[in-house]
Design a protein around this ligand. Structure first.
Ligand code: NDP
Ligand code: OXD
Length: 314
């Protein structure tokens, strides 16, 4: 059995080199090849560890038994609709990555809750202007997607005393977090949420979910934090909501096109803060054991952990 590490991104060699070192060092060792230079005989490849795999690559591996995502999301695997039938797709569910993601979201919520930009502006103008801020218990935060990352984020925000709600496909029961679910629960969830934190997977159902209609439901002066996927936001609708004074801010880690094109209006918009899709970068040191475990499971003829449902897309 051999594992292929592949991505259609540019030079991933230093990162992939770290993965190879860690996977080779797992008990029993795992033979790792780096795409494209080390592809060799495709009949040797039984597992593929991928991020945005080159179109058609996976369908051309006749003995493939596992498609393992390098991240928690899997939209990058499903996007070309060219997967070999019957091969399970598994995602990472790494506590280290969950913690990095919820840290990013909590930090972003606190940034806006305490109006941090205002004090940057005041300092730049040598202006002493103390203002009392609302209590966290009166700040309504809505977490879209209450899965591994969303549930952790909601719990941490609750610990800070925010008034937190979650929206998911199926009902959830997180102590102290108001639950909304399904299409029927969407409008009420948006209407009560001053700060939206998007942590949904990108699927045909969630594509463009933060559009003009959804943003119009939010309270005036609210804002969104998107750490999920750029495809959740309709860019022009977000800019219109920010320019029209409906929304006060947007914090974005993910974009429809990445890297964000240099002439994209998000770069210079005064109400947008952005980061380069690094809210949570998979750490091979913490995630390698999970990949190795899935590799061993398919080697023994068992299903891998954290299989994704292709029909749902997550
Ligand atoms: P999970 O699969 O654990 O959770 C997804 C949540 O979204 C679930 O609560 C699910 O509902 C809900 N959901 C899915 N579809 C719908 C729908 N149509 N309507 C309502 N709710 C829906 O995902 P994770 O928490 O692990 O990850 C979320 C996303 O975060 C990833 O897909 C990825 O895109 C992004 N991510 C971004 C990173 C970054 O660096 N920016 C790093 C890691 C992840 P239910 O529970 O009912 O099924
Ligand atoms: C992921 C990501 O899905 O880093 O893990 O975006």
């Amino acid at each position: 059995m051999t594992l292929l590490l592949a991505s259609s991104w540019g030079d991933m060699d230093p990162y992939f080199g770290k993965w190879r070192e860690l996977l080779s060092g797992q008990p029993g060792g795992i033979e790792v090849r780096l795409y494209p230079d080390e592809l060799g005989d495709v009949r040797d490849i039984t597992a593929a560890l991928v991020w945005d795999p080159p179109p058609g690559l996976l369908a051309g591996l006749p003995r493939l038994r596992l498609i393992q995502s390098l991240g928690m999301g899997v939209d990058h695997i499903f996007k070309h609709d060219d997967l070999p039938a019957g091969v399970p797709v598994a995602r990472l569910v790494d506590p280290d990555l969950v913690a990095r993601m919820s840290e990013y979201c909590v930090h972003s919520v606190l940034h806006y809750h305490r109006d941090a930009d205002r004090y940057d502006r005041d300092q730049a103008a040598n202006r002493w202007n103390p203002v009392s801020h609302p209590a966290a218990s009166t700040r309504r935060v809505g977490v879209m997607g209450v899965g591994a990352i969303g549930a952790d984020t909601a719990r941490k925000l609750k610990l800070l005393d925010f008034d937190v709600a979650g929206w998911s496909r199926t009902p959830k029961d997180i102590p102290g977090v108001a639950g909304f679910h399904g299409a029927d629960g969407f409008d009420a969830f948006m209407q009560r949420s001053e700060i939206i934190v998007c942590l949904l997977p990108l699927t045909p159902e969630t594509e463009g979910i933060l559009d003009a209609r959804a943003l119009a439901l939010m309270p005036v002066g609210g804002g969104i934090i998107n750490a999920a996927r750029g495809g959740h936001v309709v860019d022009a609708d977000l800019i219109a909501a920010l320019d029209g004074r409906k929304l006060k801010f947007a914090k974005l880690d993910v974009f429809r096109e990445e890297p964000l094109p240099k002439d994209h209006p998000f770069w210079t918009h005064p109400k947008i803060r952005l980061t380069p899709h690094n809210a949570g970068i998979t750490n091979p040191v913490t995630a390698a054991a999970e990949v190795a475990e899935n590799y061993r499971r398919v080697e023994r003829g068992e299903p891998p952990n954290n299989i994704v449902d292709p029909a749902r897309g997550y």
